[in-house]
Every structure is written in structure tokens, then in C-alpha cells.
Design a protein around this ligand. Structure first.
Ligand code: FES
Length: 281
């Protein structure tokens, strides 16, 4: 069993956990881990927010059954049955020059992890974070701690209204073209960012989001096409040259298990309701 050393709420939708897992302390920038709350639980790939001297911290955004289970059950028991990693290929950290970080929702966690390493390597960092709503705006202070400028938007206008693509175009108009764009958090937004980068001749590294089952390269669920070759997000990624990713293929596979996910969430919500009723008796 792995101890959860800290669980801190950020917004009603998001929280941070620190897990005691010595094998994660040396994880590279942009890597992820796979956690299972119990051995019967789903495996959840989570981007590492930062490594600590005892393990690693993760941002968890409640988006479906498994993340809701974590939110609810970790309040009852601060233990995780299984923690695997670090997984994936670390981000290539070197001096690119002026780097613009673009994050959507939970994508701010891997962006902070990578951005901090890029800043320590001498890059000049600017950042833009976009949330669906203000409940997806968090960790801005961390982003500011290594960035020369940070702008925050929400799509519903609860903070300054904006979306990733418009904010990116506005950045280019005001500050000129960066040497590198790094984006994470949402495949559709990343694909639109890549369109702008292609038009403007800007290099871009994107984190891809895929379903992941075994995370060791056997199930092929996380496959994508990069330069017309099949790659696996779990072992070859999750960071790729955005200009080489076939985004249409990736987006077409994005909702493969949508129905199953909906059913699993409904079932879990019913279970929570039953537990609530039972506890009142
Ligand atoms: S998660 Fe199974 S091959 Fe990547």
C-alpha cells in the first residue's frame, strides 16, 4: 500500500494529492504515473505535477467515475493500492529560447512540470491557461513562479473570456512568435494550436490524450499516427511534435468508450446514494 501524504482541495472539481512512492522521486519532466486506488479499481494515468523527496504530487480533476472514486474514497482512507511509473518519455529539456506554454484545464499540471524544467534550463517562459469555467483555474501561482507573463481565461467568461486558439493568436499579435509552443490538456484545442503553428512556422510540442489500459505497449488502445507511423502514447509519448501528429485520427478515437464511461459514472453515483441512505439509518 502507498500512503497519500496530502490531499488538498483546489476547487470543487480539482484537488492535489501527494503519494509516498520512492520510485517516482526521480521522474523526468512530463512523465506520468498510473495509480489504482484498490486492486479492483480502474488504472488511472496521471501526469506528475512535481516530484518530492518522498514521491510525487498529482493534480486530479474530477471528470468521471475513477476520479470521483478517488475524490470520495481518499477522504475515507489515505491509501493507494498500486502506483506504477514513472511512465512515458520525459520531455526534451534544452534551451529553445522563448517558450509559450498553453494549457487547458488539468493540462496545467504537466505544463507546470515541463515549464519549470525549461525555465531552469534558461528558456524565457510565457504562459496562457484556459479553463472551461473558473473551477478549472488553479495553480496559477505555481505557473507565475517561473513565467515572465501569465494570462488566464475561461471559456464561460467567469474569468476573462477566451479560448486557447484566440489567446494564442492574441499573444502572437502582441509579443511576436515564440520559438517553441508547448501545449497540453485537450486534443481539440491542441490541434487548433497546431494549425496556427503550421501557418506561422512555429515549432510545437503537444501532449496527446488517449485512453490507456496496460501502459506498457501491449493493448494498443493508446495508438496514434505520427508522421503516418503508428506510435503508442504510453511508451513513445505522451509528448510529440504537434506538426507530425494526425489529429483527425486521434480525435476520432477520443470518445471510443464514452457510453461505458457514462454507465460507470451513473452506477457509482447510485452506489454513493445508497451508501448515504444507509448511513442515515
Ligand atoms: S496503454 Fe496499452 S499500449 Fe499504451
Amino acid at each position: 500500500m502507498y500512503k497519500v501524504l496530502e490531499k488538498k482541495s483546489l476547487t470543487p472539481k480539482a484537488f492535489i494529492i501527494e503519494i509516498e512512492a520512492p520510485h517516482l522521486t526521480k521522474a523526468g519532466p512530463g512523465q506520468f504515473a498510473v495509480i489504482q486506488r484498490t486492486l479492483e479499481s480502474e488504472r488511472i494515468p496521471l501526469s506528475i505535477l512535481e516530484t518530492t523527496d518522498k514521491g510525487a504530487k498529482f493534480l486530479v480533476e474530477v471528470r468521471g467515475r475513477s476520479t470521483l472514486e478517488l475524490e470520495v474514497r481518499l477522504n475515507e482512507s489515505r491509501e493507494i493500492a498500486y502506483v506504477e511509473g514513472p511512465a512515458g518519455v520525459p520531455f526534451e529539456v534544452k534551451n529553445y529560447g522563448r517558450v509559450l506554454l498553453l494549457s487547458k484545464n488539468w493540462g496545467i499540471a504537466p505544463i507546470i512540470n515541463v515549464g519549470r524544467a525549461l525555465s531552469e534550463c534558461g528558456n524565457k517562459i510565457s504562459a496562457i491557461h484556459v479553463g472551461d469555467t473558473s473551477e478549472n483555474v488553479y495553480l496559477i501561482n505555481e505557473l507565475e513562479s517561473f513565467s515572465g507573463s501569465v494570462r488566464v481565461f475561461t471559456e464561460d467568461g467567469s474569468v476573462e473570456e477566451g479560448n486557447v486558439q484566440l489567446a494564442f493568436r492574441d499573444y502572437i499579435d502582441c509579443a511576436g512568435k515564440p520559438d517553441l509552443v508547448v501545449c497540453a490538456g485537450n486534443n481539440l484545442d491542441s490541434s487548433l494550436v497546431v494549425d496556427v503553428c503550421r501557418e506561422e512556422g512555429i515549432s510545437v510540442v503537444s501532449m496527446v490524450n488517449t485512453y490507456m489500459l496496460d501502459t506498457i505497449g501491449l493493448c494498443l488502445v493508446c495508438r496514434l499516427l505520427v508522421n503516418d507511423e503508428q506510435k503508442l502514447a504510453c511508451v513513445d509519448g505522451p509528448w510529440f511534435n504537434g506538426l507530425e501528429v494526425n489529429w483527425d485520427y486521434l480525435l476520432a478515437r477520443e470518445n471510443l468508450y464514452e457510453d461505458e464511461e457514462k454507465q460507470a459514472l451513473e452506477k457509482f453515483l447510485k452506489q454513493l446514494e445508497r451508501e448515504k441512505l444507509r448511513s442515515r439509518r
